[in-house]
Each structure stands twice: as structure tokens, then as C-alpha cells.
Design a protein around this ligand. Structure first.
Ligand code: GDP
Length: 463
């Protein structure tokens, strides 16, 4: 039998409420030991999925109270994990939530591992692997579109497509196996053309997923963007303008690989992941600060570069250098002539266009917000999101999924070749099974423990 796990489900810090969650067969028993209800009678006739007010004590034997709380028991299988789940809603605050957690651990619960609640939900069939992964994406979403994709996948958008493809393959597989095992029997014959038609349609759907992978990844992970330009041209103002327009929240995430702060801004649903914002704050010129070689490196990693110019002061040698470097690095570059609200304008769009007709130039005013909608459109276009905006179709955003889909498509293409060569059914079954299994890596029908370990290690504790 599974043990009972417990963890803090909310972020630690001062907040209105904090939630400690339990899952497993002892959940209710642990609550019974520690919870002193305000209304004993109600509690004794308690129902699943209802909140009860009372006090939470430190241990089952003592009377020392930690906090006034609300508790809820959610009887399995109608719970997140499919097991008996209990939640204690206490006041937020480091000490309160920690004390409640300690109390339930002392009462016999084990501290949950990262993602263990969701892993149990997956193992109990409450959601498939693609949906489980979508919950991480959801929590980490940096833009409205990224969030919408994650919600769609959590609702099963991707899973439904994968399941559908698997069922189609299974239908053919069943036919092939029957005709191998019972060649004499009257089984409904599937013509090679019919098989070909089904397989081709499945391939088309999967290839669509592959084609949209970059889109999904960009929308989910963010477009790595570097803002360049000499001091005082308005780089921070531009960032603030984007932030203000979208009322987005700036997130500071300590860079994992380098000692950098990463920030996300939401530009019309596209998450821009600002690289090296250290270079623009305090007011500094990234190129002067870190040198040409480092700038080249930064550019190489970027999906998009924005070069900000000051309309009043015009173009400097350094600006031209950046422009050249971006070109060499093959990074989509948008030159922004800022402060066009000013009267004295030393440089305009036309002038720059004359210097390089292929250049993308926009006139903006970070102060008034002029030109930002155009910037939004340009960014979409330049990072390949322009023609095909996300319209709710299933998307894959993970490398793991892309590998699995690629493997499936390879098998199916091989199958078409075998079909064309008129090879017998048992040849077909090998690739049918291969493709089915590859797709099973996405919904989790065919994954091993090691893959699960890796996936759930990405989660936070308490999810
Ligand atoms: P940074 O050094 O490139 O980050 O530049 P800042 O964003 O700090 O801006 C430098 C100065 O230019 C500030 O005084 C801003 O208010 C001003 N500024 C920025 N954008 C505009 C704009 O579009 N129009 C005008 N008139 N002033 C601007």
C-alpha cells in the first residue's frame, strides 16, 4: 500500500493563506488526530470536499494550537491524486505553514518528493503524462498565450490527438495481426489503399505538430531577446512601456547556467525573455561594457535582437557595429528609432532604409507608447509566429515530445514504403508497433520509471 505524503502546496512567504496537502490512505486519520473542529457534530458527520473550521494543534497528544484553519478531506478517487487527499488551509507565513507541515509529518506522513502528487495522479490514471507535464508548463507560464497552450494541454488537447493517432494505428495493427494469425478466416479485408490513406492522415497530423514545435517552444519558453543601444536611448523606458501596456509582472529568476538575471515581459501574448538585462540596468552600453566578443556570444544565443537608437542623437559607430554583428550572427534584428515624439529628429526610418534596404526599422516612442503595436506585429512576424498565430490547436513544446513524434513519423514513413513494395503484414506490424510505442512516450502509455523520474524531478515539491 502507498504511504501518505505531505507537503506545502503554496509558496512560502507572508501571504493570506498557506496550504499543506496530504495524499494517501492515512490522510484523513492524520487530520483527525490534529484538528479540533469548532462544531464537533458537523465534523463527526463530515462530507468529502467540504471545508470545516477549527484549530490545528502541534501534536495529537498535546493541546498546543498552531493556527485557526480550514480543513477539507477529498475522498479518493475523486481527488487530484485519486487517493484520499486532505488539505489544511492555514494563515500564510513561513512559521505557520512550516509548523503545520511538521505536525502532519510527526503524525506519520512522509515529506513528498518533487512532483509526487502529480506522479500519483498519473499512476492512478487521473491524467496522462502529457497532461502532467502541462501542469508544470502552466505553473511556469510567462505569457498569456503560453498559459493558454498549457491549459489546453492540461485539458487534454495534445493527449486527444495522440490517443486518436494511436487508435488509428491500433485499428490497422489489429487487422494485420488477425490476417497473420487467422489467414483462412473471414476477416474484413483492409485494402492497402485504405491503410495508406489512414497512415498518411496520421503522418500529416504528426508533421503538423513537428512544424509547430518552434512556435510552441517560443510561446512557452519565451523569445530570447537582447536589447542593445547606447546609454540613454531609452532601453529601460522601452521595457517599462511594454510592461505597463501589458500590465505584466516582471519575474526575476536567478539564471541557472550563468550569473544573470532573466526577466520576462509579455508583448501581446508573446513572452520575451530578456537576456543580459544587466547590460541595460543601470544605464550602460552592453557592447562597451562586455566587449565585442561577448556581444557576439550573446547575439548567437538570442532569438531576437532589438537595437534602440535615439532619434535626436542619431546613429553612432557602435550602433553600426551592433547592427553588423547581429547580421553576421544571423539574428533577426529590429532597429527601433526611439523618442520620435521629440521635435529635433536627427535620424529617420528612410535614412536607415537607404543604408540597408533589408533592415527592419520602426519608429517608436517609449514615452508615449507610439509604435508598440507595430513592434508587437513585427516581433511575431520575425520569430515565425506571424503567419500562424496560435489558434487553439494542440502544440508540443518539449524536446521529449518532438523526439517521440519524429520517431513515430519515421516508422510510419517506413511503413508506407513497405506497403508500396507489397511486403507482407508482419513487416507492417513492426513499424505500426514502433510508431504506437513512440506515441505512447508522450501520453505515458509506454514510459519507463527512469523517464518518469526525470520528468517529475522538474516539478516543485508540493505539486
Ligand atoms: P537607457 O539608458 O537606454 O535605459 O535609457 P532610459 O530608458 O533610462 O532613458 C533615458 C532618458 O530618455 C530618460 O530620461 C527617459 O525619460 C528618456 N526617454 C526614453 N524614451 C523616450 C521617448 O520615447 N521620448 C522621450 N522624449 N524621452 C524618452
Amino acid at each position: 500500500m502507498e504511504d501518505t505524503i505531505g507537503a506545502i502546496g503554496t509558496a512560502l512567504g507572508e501571504s493570506g493563506i498557506g496550504i499543506v496537502r496530504l495524499s494517501g490512505p492515512d490522510s484523513e486519520h492524520i487530520i483527525e488526530q490534529l484538528f479540533i473542529p469548532v462544531n464537533r457534530e458537523n465534523w463527526s458527520r463530515r462530507q468529502s470536499h467540504r471545508l470545516y473550521l477549527g484549530h490545528f494543534r502541534k501534536s495529537g497528544s498535546g493541546q498546543e494550537v498552531i493556527d485557526q484553519v480550514l480543513v477539507v478531506i477529498m475522498k479518493g478517487p475523486h481527488s487530484y491524486t485519486g487517493e484520499d487527499v486532505a488539505e489544511i488551509h492555514c494563515h500564510g507565513g513561513y512559521l505557520v505553514v512550516r509548523s503545520v507541515l511538521e505536525a502532519v509529518l510527526n503524525q506519520g506522513a512522509r515529506l513528498a518528493e518533487p512532483g509526487e502528487f502529480t506522479r500519483r495522479a498519473f499512476l492512478n490514471g487521473k491524467l496522462d503524462l502529457a497532461q502532467a507535464e502541462a501542469t508544470i508548463d502552466l505553473i511556469r507560464s510567462k505569457s498569456r498565450t503560453g498559459l493558454a497552450i498549457a491549459v489546453g494541454n492540461l485539458d487534454g488537447k495534445l493527449s486527444q490527438l495522440i490517443d486518436y493517432c494511436q487508435e488509428e494505428l491500433l485499428r490497422i495493427l489489429a487487422y494485420c495481426e488477425a490476417s497473420i494469425d487467422f489467414p483462412e478466416d473471414e476477416i474484413e479485408v483492409m485494402q492497402p489503399e485504405e491503410i495508406e490513406e489512414i497512415i498518411t492522415s496520421v503522418i500529416n497530423r504528426l508533421e503538423r505538430l513537428l512544424a509547430d514545435f518552434d512556435k510552441g517552444r517560443l510561446l512557452q519558453d519565451g523569445v530570447k531577446t537582447v536589447i542593445l543601444g547606447k546609454p540613454n536611448v531609452g532601453k529601460s523606458s522601452l521595457l517599462n512601456a511594454i510592461l505597463g501596456r501589458e500590465r505584466a509582472i516582471v519575474t526575476d529568476i536567478p539564471g541557472t547556467t550563468r550569473d544573470l538575471i532573466e526577466e520576462y515581459v509579455d508583448l501581446g501574448g508573446i513572452p520575451l525573455r530578456m537576456v543580459d538585462t544587466a547590460g541595460i540596468r543601470p544605464t550602460e552600453d552592453l557592447v562597451e561594457k562586455i566587449g565585442v566578443e561577448k556581444t557576439k556570444e550573446v547575439l548567437k544565443e538570442a532569438d531576437l535582437a532589438l537595437l534602440v537608437l535615439d532619434a535626436a542623437t542619431g546613429l553612432t559607430d557602435n550602433d553600426q557595429l551592433v547592427w553588423q554583428l547581429a547580421k553576421e550572427a544571423g539574428v533577426p534584428l529590429i532597429v527601433l528609432i526611439n523618442k520620435v515624439d521629440l521635435d529635433e529628429v536627427a535620424i529617420g526610418r528612410e535614412q536607415l532604409k537607404q543604408m540597408d534596404s533589408g533592415l527592419t526599422v520602426l519608429e517608436i516612442s517609449a514615452l508615449s507608447g507610439y509604435g508598440l503595436p507595430a513592434l508587437e506585429e513585427k516581433v511575431q512576424e520575425m520569430v515565425g509566429l506571424g503567419e500562424v498565430r496560435w489558434e487553439g490547436e494542440p502544440l508540443i513544446t518539449r524536446l521529449r515530445h518532438r523526439q517521440a513524434v519524429t520517431k513515430a513519423v519515421d516508422h510510419l514513413k517506413q511503413l508506407l514504403v513497405s506497403l508500396e513494395q507489397g511486403l507482407p503484414e508482419d513487416f507492417l506490424t513492426i513499424d505500426l508497433r514502433g510508431a504506437w510505442e513512440a506515441l505512447g512516450e508522450i501520453n505515458g502509455k509506454t514510459v519507463g520509471e527512469d523517464v518518469l523520474d526525470r520528468i517529475f524531478a522538474e516539478f516543485c515539491i508540493g505539486k
